[in-house]
Write a protein that binds this ligand. Structure first.
Ligand code: NAD
Length: 476
C-alpha cells in the first residue's frame, strides 16, 4: 500500500493549477457573480475511450487486492480530502455557488471524507442461503469491472464520492463524467484522490451530454451509476440496453412532508426549513411540498417565515451567508416560472417571489407560498430551488393521497409528536425513504434509493456495496 502523505493545496487556485486543461477548454463562471472561476477541459469521446481502456487495464490488479487493502486506500483518500478540505470547499463554493457555511460547501467536503471512511469500514461477508448439512450455497460479490459514473451539479463532490467509494471498495475501477455545470469541483476532487490511489483506477472525463451518452453505451463499461433527472435516467436505460449494463439510477423527486396535528410548530420549524432549503433547495431529496392541517396551518406558516427571515442569502464566500444562488440560468428560470404560476393562480406569497433582476448572479429569494392548490405547477413539478409550497389539508387521508399522487417517490417525511403514529403514516407513503421529524438526512450506513420514477437500486451501506458487485452463487 502507498505510504504517500496527501499533498495539501493552500488555496483553490492551487487546485485549479493542478487540473489546468492541456487542450481545448471553456470558461466556468461563478453563479453568484458571473466572474470566471477557471477553465475546464473539453474532453471528447476519444478521451473517454482512452479512459475506459486505462480503467480496464488497471482493474484486474485492483480487484485482486483484499477488501482490507482496498479499504486502506479509501481511508488514505479520506485523509487526502481532509488535508485539502478548505481549498476544495472554496472551489466548490465558487463554482457551484453554495456558501462555505451552513449545510453547504464545507459540509459537502466533510461528507466526502465521512463517506469514504464509512464505506471502508463496512463488513461484507458472503450471504449463506443454505447450510443444512447436506448442501451449502452462498452468494459472493465479485467485482463488476469498470463502473461509469454520471453526476449532477447540485452536490457534485459528494455525489461523486457516493459513486466512487463503493465502486472502488468492491474492486472496480471508475470512469466518471461530471455535470458540465460543475466539472472543476469534480476534477479537483479526482486529482486529490489520485494523489493517494494507485494509478489508473479513477478517471474524470469532463465532457457534455455526448460523453454521457457514449459512456452509457460503451462496451467497456459494466455498470452505470447515475444521479440526475428522470428524463436523463430514461435515456440512459435506452442507451445501456444493448450491452445489458447494470444500472443504479438516482433520479428526480418531489418529496412531500406531512405535518400531523399534534406537533409544536416552533419545535419543528428549523428542521422543516432546512429540509426544504438545504443547498438553497437544489437537493434531490429536499422537502418540496409541505402538507399542513387546518388547525396548525397559520402557526406553521408563521414559524417558517420567522426561520426564513433569519437565514441570510448571498455570495457563498461571505462567512455570514447560509443560502446562495441557483447554480445556473436554466434552474433559475424553472424556479421563477413555477413561482409566477403560483402567483397568477391566486396563491398567497408569504415571503420572497420578488427577485431583483438587475442584481448579478442567479439569486432567487427564499420563497414560501401558502393557500396553494395541490395541482398547481409549483406543487406538481419539481422546483429544485428555494420556493416551498405549503398546502392546507383537513383530512389526513387526503394528505396521504396527495403525497402519493405523483409518479415520483424519492423521499418523504412525517412530522408528529407521536413516533408510532408517524410510522403508521410513513408506511403508507410511496417513497424510497420516509423520515420522521426530519427530511433528507442521508447517512452512509443507511441504504437510499427511489421508488416509482425516482429510480431504482440502492446506494450506501452494505446494500450499496452489493450493488457494485456481481453476485455469484457457489453451491455444493
Ligand atoms: P441532468 O439529468 O440534466 O444531468 C445529469 C448528468 O447527466 C450530467 O452529467 C449530464 O451531462 C448527463 N447527461 C445528460 N444527458 C445524458 C444522456 N443522454 N446520457 C447520459 N448522460 C447524460 O440532471 P441535473 O440537472 O444535473 O440534476 C438535477 C436533477 O437531478 C434533478 O431532477 C434532481 O432531482 C436530480 N437529482 C437526483 C438525486 C438523487 O439522488 N436521486 C441527486 C441529485 C440530483
Amino acid at each position: 500500500m502507498s505510504t504517500q502523505p496527501a499533498t495539501a493545496a493552500a488555496t483553490y487556485r492551487d487546485l485549479l493549477a493542478r487540473i489546468a486543461p492541456q487542450g481545448d477548454s471553456r470558461p466556468i463562471n461563478d453563479p453568484a457573480t458571473g466572474e470566471e472561476v477557471g477553465r475546464a477541459p473539453v474532453h471528447t469521446t476519444t478521451d473517454l475511450d482512452a479512459a475506459v481502456s486505462a480503467a480496464r487495464a488497471a482493474q484486474p490488479a485492483w480487484g485482486a487486492l483484499s477488501h482490507a487493502e482496498r479499504s486502506g486506500y479509501l481511508n488514505q483518500a479520506a485523509d487526502a480530502v481532509e488535508a485539502n478540505a478548505e481549498a476544495l470547499a472554496e472551489l466548490l463554493s465558487r463554482e457551484q455557488g453554495k456558501p462555505l457555511n451552513g449545510p453547504n460547501a464545507r459540509f459537502e467536503v466533510g461528507a466526502c471524507s465521512a463517506w469514504l471512511r464509512a464505506t471502508a469500514a463496512f463488513e461484507l461477508e458472503p450471504d449463506v442461503v443454505v447450510d443444512d448439512g447436506a448442501s451449502h450455497a452462498a452468494i459472493h460479490y465479485r467485482p463488476l469491472g469498470v463502473v461509469g459514473a454520471i453526476g449532477p451539479w447540485n452536490w457534485p463532490m459528494m455525489i461523486s464520492i457516493w459513486q466512487i467509494a463503493p465502486s472502488l471498495r468492491m474492486g472496480n475501477t471508475v470512469v466518471l463524467k461530471p455535470s458540465e455545470h460543475t466539472p472543476l469541483s469534480v476534477l479537483a476532487l479526482g486529482a486529490v484522490l489520485n494523489d493517494v490511489l494507485p494509478a489508473g483506477l479513477l478517471h474524470v472525463v469532463s465532457g457534455g451530454r455526448d460523453v454521457g451518452e457514449a459512456l452509457s453505451a460503451h462496451p467497456g463499461i459494466d455498470k452505470i451509476m447515475f444521479t440526475g433527472s428522470t428524463a436523463t435516467g430514461k435515456a440512459i436505460i435506452r442507451s445501456s440496453a444493448d450491452t445489458v449494463k447494470r444500472l443504479t439510477l438516482e433520479l428526480g423527486g418531489n418529496d412531500a412532508g406531512i405535518v400531523l396535528d399534534d406537533v409544536d410548530p416552533q419545535a419543528i420549524a428549523e428542521d422543516l426549513f432546512w429540509g426544504a432549503f438545504i443547498n438553497t433547495g437544489q437537493t434531490c431529496a429536499a422537502l418540496k411540498r409541505l402538507y399542513v392541517p387546518d388547525a396548525l396551518y397559520d402557526q406553521v406558516c408563521d414559524a417558517l417565515m420567522e426561520m426564513a427571515a433569519k437565514m441570510p442569502m448571498g455570495n457563498g464566500l461571505d462567512e455570514a451567508n447560509v443560502l446562495g444562488p441557483l447554480q445556473n440560468q436554466a434552474q433559475y428560470d424553472i424556479v421563477a416560472r413555477l413561482v409566477e404560476a403560483a402567483k397568477s393562480s391566486g396563491a398567497r406569497v408569504l415571503t420572497g417571489g420578488n427577485p431583483d433582476a438587475s442584481a448579478p448572479g442567479y439569486f432567487y429569494p427564499t420563497t414560501l407560498v401558502a393557500d396553494i392548490d395541490n395541482d398547481n405547477p409549483l406543487v406538481a413539478q419539481e422546483q429544485f430551488g428555494p420556493a416551498l409550497p405549503i398546502i392546507r389539508y383537513t383530512d389526513l387521508e387526503d394528505a396521504i393521497a396527495m403525497a402519493n399522487g405523483l409518479d415520483v417517490g424519492l423521499g418523504a417525511s412525517v412530522w408528529s409528536a407521536d413516533p408510532d403514529r408517524a410510522r403508521e403514516v410513513a408506511a403508507r407513503i410511496e417513497a424510497g425513504t420516509v423520515w420522521i421529524n426530519k427530511h433528507g438526512a442521508v447517512d452512509p450506513r443507511i441504504p437510499f434509493g427511489g421508488a416509482k420514477q425516482s429510480g431504482y437500486g440502492l446506494e450506501f451501506g452494505v446494500a450499496g456495496l452489493k450493488a457494485l458487485g456481481t453476485p455469484q452463487v457457489i453451491a455444493g
